[in-house]
Design a protein around this ligand. Structure first.
Ligand SMILES: Cc1ncc(COP(=O)(O)O)c(C=O)c1O
Length: 379
């Protein structure tokens, strides 16, 4: 029996996977069980930003593995405190709650919003994706994901993404928080308009709700800035992060402004593994590599070049930095054709391709990728 059949027999069938069994990775490349090499333009869904098995990350993890793996949050551990200090420097946020994934970061933010404001209502946007657990799912728009699991938490309203008029109708003095993806990732890389974000910021002033910016996908250099909030010159009340934070090692975080943090009390939330020494060491090493190798700048520079090349051949090319979307007639066939040519890409719908490669990717590698993508029949 091969791996695909074995998976089918014993793994719950919640995923539609590509027929590719990956055994190892190095830099921007992964290798399947037969030794075939692929250029990875997905990087574990915008996660392995410093490249597969980065040596500095591996060495730091090995050192930490020998020292301490886990003790829980009943005690203090030094990597967690160091990480919070580094995050303060790169995000400008004041306090940090650690967890293990993006959806957990969103769950935390929703709880903190209710706790800090004493209000109940959330507003999210059409097309937004915030995760699959009950709270995050409640602010995720896609009907297909939500419907079978209702009733979800309420009240939640969805305003039309990029419509100031609709947003004005949906927020009020009862709104605890508005949660937003500044660049919608799972929907297919759709950026918010600057004017819309300015209006959202003004409405926060008017109604006193909290603004949660979900940077799970956009964070840690993905968009050519450390965080997408910098593109929009926005100072959120809370910010969620995960994915690239540990460059593949699971870790998530909800960051808070001091005024919100002050309202949260001991016992309000918790996690056994959240912020454990191994995960925090991975995040510390990731931040160090991003800084040392100027990967935020590389994301901006190579991303611009990538978009320009794609624009010559594909429709509706969009995005920031190395978070790029474009449209094709038959996205599943396009993904398959690319795979056969040794390039891993991802489709977020029947028509949309999303590219989120490691931030270490070079101009030469994106040129090669575009050549291979162009040679597929599906335009
Ligand atoms: C913006 C955003 N928020 C939250 C999540 C959920 O993250 P996770 O899959 O780690 O739970 C995702 C995942 O794709 C995401 O893109």
């Amino acid at each position: 029996m091969d791996w695909v059949e074995r998976e089918k027999k014993r793994i719950l069938q919640t995923y539609s996977r590509q027929k590719l069994v990956i055994e190892r990775g190095e830099g921007c490349y992964v290798y399947d069980v037969n030794g075939k090499r692929y250029l990875d333009l997905v990087s574990g869904i915008a996660s392995v930003s410093i490249g597969h098995c980065n040596r500095q990350l591996v060495n730091r993890l090995k050192e930490q593995l020998e020292k301490l793996i886990h003790v829980s949050n009943l005690y203090y551990t030094t990597p967690q405190i160091e990480l919070a200090e580094r995050l303060h420097e790169i995000t400008g946020m004041d306090k940090f709650f650690f967890c293990n994934s993006g959806t957990e970061a969103v769950e935390a933010a929703l709880k903190f919003a209710r706790r800090a404001t004493g209000r109940k209502k959330f507003v999210s946007f059409t097309g937004d994706f915030h995760g699959r657990t009950m709270g995050s799912l409640s602010v995720t728009h896609k009907e297909k994901f939500r419907k079978p699991f209702e009733p979800l938490i309420s009240p939640v309203e969805f305003a039309e993404f990029n419509s100031i008029e609709d947003l004005e109708k949906k927020v009020d003095d009862e709104t605890a928080a508005v949660i937003v993806e500044l660049i919608q990732g799972e929907a297919g890389v759709y950026p918010a308009e600057k004017e819309f974000v300015r209006a959202l910021n003004d409405l926060r002033e008017e109604h006193g709700f909290l603004l949660i910016v979900d940077e799970v996908q956009t964070g840690f250099g993905r968009t050519g800035k450390w965080f997408a909030k910098e593109i929009y010159e926005l100072e959120p009340d809370m910010m969620t992060m995960a994915k690239a934070m540990g460059s593949g090692v699971p870790i998530g975080c909800c960051a808070l402004r001091e005024e919100v943090a002050e309202k949260i009390q001991a016992g309000d939330h918790g996690s056994t593994f959240g912020g454990n020494p191994l995960a925090c060491t991975a995040a510390l090493a990731t931040i160090e590599v991003i800084e040392k190798e100027n990967l935020v700048e590389n994301s901006a520079k190579v991303g611009r070049h990538f978009k320009k090349l794609l624009d010559e051949h594909f429709e509706n090319v969009r995005g920031f930095g190395l978070m790029i979307g474009f449209d094709v007639d038959d996205a599943p066939a396009f993904v398959q054709n690319c795979l056969e040519r040794g390039v891993i890409v991802n489709n977020t719908s029947e028509k949309t391709i999303r590219l989120v490669p490691p931030l270490i990717i070079t101009k030469e590698e994106v040129e090669k990728a575009v050549e291979l993508m162009k040679s597929t029949s599906a335009k």
